[in-house]
Design a binder for this molecule. Sequence first.
Ligand SMILES: Nc1ncnc2c1ncn2[C@@H]1O[C@H](COP(=O)(O)OP(=O)(O)OP(=O)(O)O)[C@@H](O)[C@H]1O
Ligand SMILES: [Mg+2]
Length: 287
Amino acid sequence: MKLEIQNISKKYNKEKYGLKDFSMTIEKGILGLLGPNGAGKSTLLKMIATVSKPSNGTILLNKNNITKDANYIRKQLGFLPQDFGVYPNLNAYEFLEYMAAMKGVGGKNLQPRITQLLEGLNLIDAAKKPIGSYSGGMKQRVGIAQALINSPKILIFDEPTVGLDPEERVRFRNLISDLANNCIVILSSHIVSDIDTIADQVAILKNGSLIVKGHQENIIRKVQDKVYETKITKEDYTAFKNSHIIVSTTRKNGDLIVRYISEKPDNNAIKQQANLEDAYLYLTKTN
Ligand SMILES: Nc1ncnc2c1ncn2[C@@H]1O[C@H](COP(=O)(O)OP(=O)(O)OP(=O)(O)O)[C@@H](O)[C@H]1O
Ligand SMILES: [Mg+2]
C-alpha cells in the first residue's frame, strides 16, 4: 500500500488556499495528522477520500491516479468525515445495514460483522434504539462503525475522538491498533495525546503546508534539550509567557510551575524529558 500526494493545492477562492503545494507519501500503518484549527487537515482528508477535488496536483494510490479514477480508492475506503451526520430515525443496526448496502457489502458475513463492530464500539446495548436518542459520543461511535463496515484497506478518520470519554478513547485506540496491520490508517486530531500512543508516524500541518512528517522519536528529537520546568510567581507570569513557549502551567502553593520550551534554561530551571506535545507546540509556534 502506498499513497502518494503530489503537489496538491486546494484553492477555495481568490486568496484562500486550504492547502498549498502539499506533498507527502503515506505507507501502511497509522499516520496521525496534527495541526491547529484551519491547518488544512480536513481539506487534505476530503481530497484523499475523493469527496473534494484538488485544484492542482495528483494523488496516487498504488500508482493509480485517484484524482482521475476515484473508484479505485472508493472501493477500498472507509471514511469518517468531521461533520458526519446520521439518520436519526434508524437504529444502529439499521443504519449499518443501510451503509453496507450503499457500499455493496452483503452476504452471510454481514450480520456477524455488524454485531462485532457494535460490540467493539460498545454500542450493543443501545443498538435497537433510534440513533436520534444517542449521546454525541455514541453517534460518533456509530460513525466509526460505518467507516469500518466494508473492511477497508484505507481508513480515514477526521477527528474520530471528538466527544468520546476517556474510556471510549482507549477502546477506539485498541480497535484501530488491531485493524492497522495491512492497512493505511490516517487519523486527524488536535489533541496530541489521542494519537501519540497509536500513531506509527506523525505529520504536523499548519496554514495549508506540511511542517514535518516522520516517526515520533525523530519529531520529538527536535525539542530535545529545549524543554524545562521552573517555578515562577503569579506576578511574573505575563512577562514569562510573552517571552517563552509555554506547554503547561500548574498551581502549587500560590506559585506556578511552568513547563516551557526554550533554547537555553533560565535560572533554576530543570530540564525535562521531551514529548510529542512539546514538539507539536514548538513546531507550530515557530513555523
Ligand atoms: N468550503 C470552504 N470554503 C472556503 N474556505 C474553506 C472551506 N473549507 C475550508 N476552508 C478554509 O481552508 C482552511 C483549512 O480548513 P480545514 O477545514 O481543512 O482545516 P482543519 O485543519 O481541518 O481545521 P479544524 O481543526 O478546525 O477541523 C481554513 O482556513 C478554512 O477556513
Ligand atoms: Mg478539520
